[in-house]
Design a protein around this ligand. Sequence first.
Ligand code: UDP
Length: 411
Amino acid sequence: MVSEHASPLATLGGVDAGGQNVHVAALSTALAERGHEVTVYTRRDSATLPERVTLRPGVEVMHLDAGPAEPVPKDELLPLMADFGARLAEHWEPGPPDIVHSHFWMSGLAALDAAGRDGIGVPVVHTFHALGTVKKRHQGRDDTSPPERTVLEPMVGRGADRIVATCSDEAFELKAMGVPAGRISVVPCGVDVELFRPDGEVAPRGARRRIMTVGRLVPRKGVGSTISALARLVAEGRDDVELVIVGGSTGPDAVLEDPDVRRLRAHAERLGVLDRVTFHGQLRQAELPAMMRSADVVVCAPWYEPFGIVPLETMASGVPLVAAAVGGLTDSVVDGVTGLHVPPRDDRAIASAVGSILDDPALAAALGAAGRRRTERRYAWSRVAAETERAYRQAAQARPSERARRGSVTL
Ligand code: UDP
């Protein structure tokens, strides 16, 4: 695995640490459980990190030196990728792995650079996790990706032996980008259905009905719309509601230092609902299930979403879900069955969907139960790993002559 910015060891919920970290850690673990040996290469972002850390039996994390041994925002990492690719090549020269799976476009560049060198020739499978074209479409001038992404990302798409798209919406985008349909496998992200389950400890709560959001607090995650929806519910006469917001770049102690929290608090204050909103800060994965189970409803209302693991975690926990009908959420959430779909950026629709769940215990129970069933059947990591392995086999079977032609990315 190559995951330049998203280490499986990172704390989650901050600006650059989310689903990709979970994906790489859980997929690597599930592949190890299937008997494979997995090494995850990531950039060293702290001088105190050892070169090699065992994540669990069969999964090693290697910290490669590329640029300063300190955190660097992911949008500033591109100039470091030539070094990162060179370090990968050094590791692979003595005995290349059987397959390389790169995550995010910059890892793809580094992996193709190293894999294309003489004597290495290893097949590369790539997962984008997010696409620059989609980001630019939604964020316009606020998109801080380096301008080169527009050109380099499609090169990764065309250069890799196989692309694993995490949802059907992404597969459409990839085809529009010029990736041949025959080289795309759609394999979703998974969820830890043992950790996230309906039964177990429940975090303390009061009498108010609890609405919850979980995840990074960057604007595109749409937490502001859920605050607006809360204000609507209160304006409609519901005095019994609160909103718990989990995630952000700090833990619970320093939550007010987080610029995203300040922005969202100001929004809640303007709408007169600040006293009903709790900013919890980051929670470790192990602490999340009890917190999620304390919610009457979880809202995931991003503007766009490449995949979205939080909706799966919510469904696996048997908690009713309101989800924007975007990206991966159109595959994972079955409207009216495992959750209620709403249009993106539509606080009126969120308020109405949340209201109907809070008012109808039978609906809430049915959504929760169906969500659990769906995640058990389709999204357990063991199943995701088996499907990913199939993509690896297809990549490995691609003709070596084609590989040599395509894999010519030089940084
Ligand atoms: N997460 C967490 N603690 C937090 C906030 C988020 O463990 O305080 C985890 C969350 O449970 C999920 C991941 O971070 O597994 C977020 O993944 P998702 O795909 O929903 O969003 P992304 O951050 O990748 O855009």
